[in-house]
Design a protein around this ligand. Sequence first.
Ligand SMILES: CC(=O)SCCNC(=O)CCNC(=O)[C@H](O)C(C)(C)COP(=O)(O)OP(=O)(O)OC[C@H]1O[C@@H](n2cnc3c(N)ncnc32)[C@H](O)[C@@H]1OP(=O)(O)O
Ligand SMILES: O=C([O-])CC(=O)C(=O)O
Length: 373
Amino acid sequence: MADKPTKGLADVVAASTALSDIDGQAGLLFYRGYDIHDLAGRTTFEEIAHLLQHGALPTREQLAAYGAELVGGRKIGALAEANIAEIAEKQAPMEALRTLVSLAGGDDPDKDSNTPEANLRKAARLTAQQPILVARYHAARTGATIPEPDPELSVAANFLLQITGRTPGQHEVETFDACLVLHADHTMNASTFAARVCAATLSDMHSAIVAAIGTLKGPLHGGANEQVMRTLESLDPSAVAQSVRDRLAAGEKIMGFGHRVYKTEDPRATHLRKMSQELAEASGDDTYYRMSKEMEEVVFETKGLYPNVDFYAATVYHYLGIPTDLFTPVFSVSRMAGWTAHVIEQHADNRLIRPDSEYIGERGQKWKPLAER
Ligand SMILES: CC(=O)SCCNC(=O)CCNC(=O)[C@H](O)C(C)(C)COP(=O)(O)OP(=O)(O)OC[C@H]1O[C@@H](n2cnc3c(N)ncnc32)[C@H](O)[C@@H]1OP(=O)(O)O
Ligand SMILES: O=C([O-])CC(=O)C(=O)O
């Protein structure tokens, strides 16, 4: 008979990875051995995607080559192109992204190959295409004409330009780039696990990424950043503390708080809080930042819970002019770097992921013909 399952697989080690590491007690996060505090604000998203997918921070030459590969990979394939307008009409952003990435798989020249070389090329194309797909989806649903991707611009700058329709300031680009760096990988989170389970059947990278996007969408995972903003919008700024206390007393979860692994402050939240404060002050209206601080105090005082990555990311994206329902797609734009690297890692040393289950149903049932049931 099987052992009792650990609910939610808490503390179960499900894979070996050289990509990222967390110290949940100390509140530390490392990408391939580099402390996130050393990377955030100092390295670009492109450098981090290279670090995760290729195994090392790039040299100047490697970065130029990888950057050119990303720019070349931005072109949307015919299948996605032909369907984007109808998808934008009928599907919410994360559903649309799931569908569009699936269609991009059909367009990918390496779709029938899982070799390490093909996987690296697909990883770069997925990393390059996803932000364009989000921007094109947003343009299609709003009827806006968006600027063509600018080959001179980074992933962060080009995304802000295409989403907001205006040239972003230097500080905005640096802030958003740091957000992408902070979200790029996070050990065996639910969406990465989903990607690895799929990849471990020797399925292809696009299929694994579609599984990951569907998993990131849920409000207990990446979908929480959108819900944080919805909560802020629903609160009376003069009654934040009482409303949060009431919600907690009623047994509600406050989105953006708590974490399976961190038992102290999520190191990413430390950076995002500061970014939120800076952008709030620059915007001339810091209401949502002040409300967030008040929520943070009340949730800690009442439940002892810390904000996770999604909490201050919400106001950062808001102040950057990103529509609320695109917050989770933005998470996906960044996490693509990690997911693709995990698929590469899984394929490099693969074994089918197939855990056991504990049977809790009936036994000894006697079959009866339909007429007698
Ligand atoms: C990128 C990311 O995915 S970060 C996480 C994003 N998700 C959220 O912000 C959603 C809100 N948070 C949560 O639901 C949880 O904290 C999770 C999903 C992140 C972690 O879940 P778990 O490790 O399974 O913890 P679990 O949900 O069992 O919570 C443990 C206890 O803390 C409480 N708790 C946890 N998070 C919260 C919260 N945000 N608000 C209120 N109470 C909470 C639970 O109700 C539970 O209380 P109980 O023991 O009295 O029943
Ligand atoms: O690790 C987790 O469970 C969730 C998380 O913070 C992430 O995916 O960034």
